[in-house]
Design a protein around this ligand. Structure first.
Ligand code: CA
Length: 229
């Protein structure tokens, strides 16, 4: 549940905002004094903070800049005076939005929701990193299904890729040709275990400097292959 802090000295307004936000499933905390509101905004984690400008103890301008020293929490400033909006802009306080009293509570709720979803989008880890395996100059990007040797891309067929990725994901494990065939081809009932040998040869031509002295896929005579790490 999202937690919202309202710093507002007019109790009726604070309660009205709280009621509307609670109807939209927000958890709401009210502070009526500027200093205690600022302290709470800094000590606790809120998802969004609504700050009135004229407050006892510390005004909204000061609270806003104080919060911005350490936090990026979305801030909506509310003010009774339209002129204050220019001042907010002029001071560059880092408020995300402002509203002039009187405003409709449902408008406030709509803006709160908009800022929360925007903030969550911005702070989400963004594009997830590709799942890659990197060993001595060989890079296997399992997400994009691409293979690079010293940053140069090598073109792999689907099965060559599957076979290399499988071996690299299970390094130092010796697999027989039968096991590899079963793992990569079984469901397609095409080819036989000689297919494995052919594919290993092709993969080596792409990733090994010398196919006779492979650095990545090692032949274990009489047993099978293993990916060396
Ligand atoms: Ca006030």
């Amino acid at each position: 549940m999202n937690r919202i802090l309202i710093i507002e000295d007019e109790q009726a307004i604070a309660e009205l905002e709280k009621d509307y936000l609670e109807l939209s499933d927000f958890e709401v905390v009210i502070e009526a004094d500027g200093s205690s509101g600022a302290a709470r905004a800094i000590d606790e984690d809120f998802d969004l903070i609504i700050i009135d400008l004229m407050l006892p103890g510390m005004d909204g301008f000061e609270i806003c800049s104080l919060i911005r020293e350490t936090k990026n929490t979305p801030i909506i400033i509310v003010s009774a005076k339209k002129d204050d909006i220019d001042k907010i802009h002029g001071l560059g306080l880092g408020a995300d939005d402002y509203m002039t009293k009187p405003f409709s509570p449902s408008e406030l709720v709509a803006r709160v929701k908009a800022h929360l979803s925007r903030y969550k989008r911005l702070t989400a880890s963004g594009v997830p990193e590709n799942d890659t395996i990197e060993i001595r100059g060989l890079k296997i990007d399992k997400t994009a299904r691409r293979v690079y040797i010293n940053d140069e891309e090598k073109i792999f067929t689907t099965k060559e890729f599957d076979l290399l990725a499988f071996l690299a994901q299970n390094p130092n494990h010796v697999y027989s040709k039968e096991e590899l065939f079963k793992e990569i081809w079984e469901l397609e009932s095409v080819g036989d275990i000689a297919t494995v040998t052919v594919h290993i040869k092709k993969i080596r031509e792409k990733i090994e400097e010398s196919s006779s002295k492979p650095q990545y896929i090692e032949t274990i005579w009489g047993v099978g292959y293993r990916f060396k790490i």
